[in-house]
Design a protein. Structure first.
Length: 394
């Protein structure tokens, strides 16, 4: 495979995750009204997806080490397409939550195999550069998703947004079928046996570098997920913007994230993985601190949320390429399992964040703002301490 094809495939596989959330976000208030569902139940459509996304990776990662990346991808993407159609036809919120949970398994297959493929094909330094290129592509997908989602929500409603996810999944599945060979260099026939699988997880979890990078990725994604899960309600219901304008504001977050991935490549050349995230953390902390300060000062404007979030997103664009490569770097023979365990930790944090917002959103901006501020602080602390001590990705 040429490098262009690899980057395109990685961008599409990793892009399944933001498509599944961002395209759907502007539809959430309309979905709640259409299905007569409370806020906590609507948030569960995101939390259930993230819970299944994280939990399924604990099995999908070893399965990818045992059977190869290609068969896991084919099955996962096919499931994703079916569940997108099922969710679009759901008659009530409980059925929709169930379909979204199953859809999360398909997302997990795409993401865990994409991360493992980078380790199959590249050494850590080159892998981080390729991952940043792929995540720039993901940034473009994330940039367009809320814009398109806002238009879809205004014109056709939330069911059409889920069908849009299915179309993206079908196109990605077709490219995998036609162009992606197996990338695993050797398969491990014992990878899915329970005792070896648990031993592998424990071995990975004991590695201080893995813990440092996994916590960094989970904390920064937790802050991003808080914005994704709560921004539509805050922007539309609290601050009174339209659904299309909400999509535009969410796209600003994606645009800044895209800029961060480009900045990441420059920082990698000069400072390496740990040095890049040390500098990225300054943007993360600035975004969280400014957002909290403006909210406490009583500034009620969409830009008081969006502009600080853009600083956070720029830092996220630096942390994610570095972190996603570094968590699997020490484990070339167990890249699927390492990717899975990191994904599980990330998703567990996102589930907690989603549940917290569902329980605390009170018609003001404060629950969202304080959650993002707390996770910005956590991300920065990890980047400046644990990653600097243990983050040598070898």
């Amino acid at each position: 495979m040429g490098s262009g094809l690899i980057v395109t495939l990685l961008a599409l596989l990793l892009g399944v995750q933001p498509i599944t959330t961002d395209l759907y976000l502007p539809s959430l208030p309309g979905l709640a009204a259409d299905l007569h569902a409370p806020l906590a139940a609507v948030q569960a459509t995101l939390s259930a997806l993230l819970f299944a996304f994280g939990g399924s990776q604990l099995l999908l990662g070893p399965a990818a080490d045992r059977f190869g990346r290609r068969p896991v991808l084919l099955g996962g993407l096919a499931l994703y397409v079916v569940c997108s159609i099922g969710g679009a036809l759901a008659p009530d919120i409980a059925t929709l939550v169930a379909w979204r949970a199953l859809q999360g398994i398909g997302v997990g297959a795409a993401v865990v195999c994409a991360r493992a493929m980078v380790r199959d094909l590249y050494q850590p330094a080159q892998g981080a550069h390729v991952m940043s290129q792929a995540l720039s592509g993901l940034g473009i997908i994330a940039l367009g998703s809320p814009l398109l989602g806002g238009l879809i929500a205004s014109w056709w409603g939330w069911r059409a947004a889920l069908l849009g996810c299915g179309l993206f999944g079908a196109a990605t599945l077709a490219l995998v079928v036609l162009r992606l060979p197996e990338t695993a260099r050797a398969l491990n026939p014992r990878a899915t046996q329970f005792a070896p699988m648990v031993h592998t997880w424990l071995q990975i979890a004991r590695h201080p570098g893995f813990r440092a990078w996994a916590l960094l990725v989970a904390a920064t994604y937790g802050g991003l997920f808080a914005f994704l899960a709560g921004s539509a309600f805050v922007l539309i219901d609290v601050l009174g913007v339209s659904r299309v304008a909400c999509g535009l504001f969410i796209a600003c977050n994606s645009l800044s994230y895209l800029a961060g991935t480009i900045g990441c490549r420059r920082l990698l050349l000069r400072h390496g993985l740990a040095g890049a995230v040390r500098r990225g953390a300054a943007f993360t902390l600035a975004g969280g601190a400014v957002m909290v300060a403006l909210a406490l000062a009583g500034v009620r404007s969409p830009w008081a949320i969006v502009l600080p979030q853009m600083l956070f997103a720029f830092g996220h664009g630096i942390h994610q390429p570095c972190g996603q490569v570094a968590v699997v770097a020490p484990f070339p023979q167990q890249a699927g399992a390492a990717s899975a365990l990191a994904g599980f930790i990330l998703a567990a944090v996102a589930v907690v964040v989603g549940a917290w917002l569902g329980a605390t959103m009170d018609g003001t901006v404060m629950p969202l703002v304080l959650t993002i501020g707390t996770l910005a602080l956590a991300t920065s602390v990890v980047a400046w301490t644990l990653v600097q001590r243990h983050g040598d990705a070898r």
